[in-house]
Design a protein around this ligand. Structure first.
Ligand code: ZN
Ligand code: FE
Length: 256
């Protein structure tokens, strides 16, 4: 089994899994890089998994479905290119001989879902769309800080070796913010240096892992004393877990 981040647009990845014959993609915002990869490797696209309704995640669905006949899966309650099978937490999608189980992770959008797969080599896979990024999290377009904090708590509780397959290469800009929040975090400094080296070679910083994100991502660390203190310097009215998290998210929105 092979796991490949296909670059799309300026900073999206369409994640592709294949076994040498059959393939699956997650969040194909653009069909072109997927069709090129399928042709180059003589693969049959079987399944398309969607995490949420934004066009940079769904724009390639109609073309891919028409060209390949792939089955499409997505969240229960969002406007998506029909026809598709709609999913809620607890549902499982079978594809490529693997089982992808669904988690509800509202916050970035109201119906956002994620997919977890136990995988073939011991390290589970998480396809989390725009909920969790390496060193960051999605903007709150439709959900509340309380919802996003609960969604991130759910993802942070996955096994540490879970590979985190995010949909955007936002890592370096997220880490710039993380360093402003959590300046004394030695793991964060070391990870920043590794990511700078990867990006200067034009290599992806992803997938990350849940264990790593727990150590470096301020949005998974909003209850840590140092992160909490920084959030309250930004917003002195912050006074509990949810308002600390909300302050961090607002600070990141304004951060340059
Ligand atoms: Zn999005
Ligand atoms: Fe996106």
């Amino acid at each position: 089994m092979n796991l490949i981040p296909l670059p799309a647009f300026t900073d999206n990845y369409v994640w592709l899994l294949h076994d040498g014959q059959r393939a699956l993609v997650v969040d194909p915002g653009d069909a072109q890089p997927v069709l090129a990869f399928l042709a180059q490797h003589r693969l049959q696209l079987n399944s398309i998994l969607l995490t949420h309704h934004h066009p940079d995640h769904t724009g390639g669905v109609d073309t891919l479905r028409n060209d390949t006949g792939a089955a499409v899966y997505g969240p229960a309650s969002e406007r998506l290119p029909e026809p598709l099978t709609r999913l809620v937490e607890g549902d499982t999608v079978q594809a490529l001989g693997l089982a992808f189980s669904v988690l509800d992770v509202p916050g970035h959008t109201a119906g956002h879902i994620a997919y977890v797969c136990p995988a073939w080599d011991g390290a589970p896979l998480l396809f989390c769309g725009d909920t969790l990024f390496s060193g960051g999290c999605g903007r709150l377009f439709e959900g509340t800080p309380a919802q996003m904090l609960a969604s991130l708590d759910k993802l942070a509780a996955l096994p540490g070796n879970t590979r985190v397959c995010c949909t955007h290469e936002y890592t370096l800009s997220n880490l710039k913010f993380a360093l402003a929040v959590d300046a004394d975090n030695a793991e964060l400094h070391a990870y920043h240096a590794r990511c700078q080296a990867l990006r200067s070679d034009q290599r992806p910083t992803l997938p990350s892992s849940i264990a790593l994100e727990r150590q470096i991502n301020p949005f998974l660390r909003s209850r840590q004393a140092a992160v909490k203190a920084s959030a309250r310097r930004f917003d002195p009215t912050a006074h509990n877990d949810v308002s600390d998290f909300a302050a961090l998210r607002e600070w990141k929105n304004q951060f340059r």
